[in-house]
Design a protein around this ligand. Sequence first.
Ligand code: SIN
Length: 291
Amino acid sequence: MRVRKLAYALGAEITGVDLKQDLDAGMIAAIRAAWLEHLVLVFPGQNLTTEEHIRFSRRFGELELHALKNLQGKEHPEILEITNRIIDGKRSETAEVGRQWHTDGSATTRPSLGSLLYCRAMPEAGGNTWFASMYAAYNTLSDTMKGVLDPLESVQDLGYFYGNRGIGAREADKVSADIGDNPAVVQPLVTVHPETGRKALFVNESLIRQIHGMNREESAGLLQYLHRHATRPEFTYRHYWRVGDLVMWDNRCTQHLAPRDYDPDQVRHMCRTTLKGHSQGRYLQEAAPAT
Ligand code: SIN
């Protein structure tokens, strides 16, 4: 197995490994060690069936099903298809997934541990994914700012996310039933990675409604600063996909973004498995000030 760093803050390419094979425990341990060090691993030129993608993913933990039931795969519920393809005569509901910086599952009480995304079709140009290191985001803050942020918590809310997207009433009705099962949660603003012991900034512009205990106006300036700081270009790696690439990232210390940087008439088709995380945060019991 060869490891080649792809950017300063995060990202490494892994070659010399065929993910179709049933890899031995030593190889899985080496991949896991590289993952903890580089946060995002790129395995180029793999040629995986859905079953092989799922089998490789399971070597890193239990797989979770998407919090929104309508996004769970029909044949393989653990697969999230992210695509602009026409499915059953309709535009796929995942055509616009990931357009803002986010961390998978952050608005639940069990944020996802990691995700493994496999590329099945790419437009001629664009269709990239950006990743940002939340270790770098935390480490580069001043000690005073770290001291302010360490005890703070955020309110993360799927309803806020859908509200912000300005989706149509029919679509909103459809997702609201699922959102009912996913009430707002309170999450630490700074987390400690359970395997590396390193601190990470746990922020994202998609789902954080406000700082817990502050009203939205008080929160807005601080959140705006944190979102901008966390995604500074020097903390990022941008992946230019080729069909057959598998990319796995650690959600506990990264954010990602899938910009609409391609021709929407050309097909982009990705399949994601998601690793179940540990219990973190709590449901928002008392109403946080909303104004
Ligand atoms: C995601 O947010 O997991 C999707 C990323 C992508 O489609 O590139």
